[in-house]
Ligand binder design. Sequence first.
Ligand SMILES: CC(C)(COP(=O)(O)OP(=O)(O)OC[C@H]1O[C@@H](n2cnc3c(N)ncnc32)[C@H](O)[C@@H]1OP(=O)(O)O)[C@@H](O)C(=O)NCCC(=O)NCCS
Length: 200
Amino acid sequence: MTFLINPYTQENHDIVYDICVKTADNGDDASHLHEDPKLIGHCFAGPYINLEPDSAFILNDDNGPCGYIIGALDSASFYKKMRGVWLPDIRKNYEDPTSDPDTWNKDEEMIHLIFHPEEPVLFPAYPSHLHIDLLPKAQGQGQGKQMMDHFLKYLKKKASKGVHLGLSVHNDRAFRFYKKYGMVELKRNFDSIIMGLSFE
Ligand SMILES: CC(C)(COP(=O)(O)OP(=O)(O)OC[C@H]1O[C@@H](n2cnc3c(N)ncnc32)[C@H](O)[C@@H]1OP(=O)(O)O)[C@@H](O)C(=O)NCCC(=O)NCCS
């Protein structure tokens, strides 16, 4: 199998959404958890490929796309656009759930997040951020490292001084991967970890 990293194009839109849900359960497939498979993508992939498509890259194998790395050069201005432009547009397709939160399914939890996004936490020494997701068939063959190298080269060329990312405390595999890549833990709470890498 040969792998190639290409810039994101509009024709990759749906496959990015698909890869997003197929890797969203702490790295495993989350499709069975959602009736609306687009919800995960609306929160974690759509904002990037729509608002900052130049900061998105696709991993292709002989059969087509099998992974992506997406992100934002400047997290502060990205979150401003996400909250001011992207989320209001997505909200038009959904209704904010008003029932008891204890009864919500995963779709309703995501819809709540679309109407009430968490306050973004910024890391000024690490202004950029990223998300990387590869389908199982592309994992464990060094392609994650290639994608990180490619994206960090892009960020450095754009004069970023550092990058951070968030992951679930339950995603041990990703944690070990980022640590091996040289990222350091910046923050941790009961369910998530923030890691960063400085370019200075
Ligand atoms: C996490 C992920 C990006 C890693 O990419 P990958 O292609 O599988 O990892 P690679 O094969 O490039 O591994 C790179 C290096 O990390 C090491 N590594 C990878 N996974 C590791 C693990 N679980 N434990 C220890 N080392 C690990 C590899 O041995 C390799 O080291 P080497 O260069 O010395 O051989 C990929 O598995 C993935 O997309 N998983 C599903 C989605 C996900 O969890 N995304 C992250 C969300 S925060």
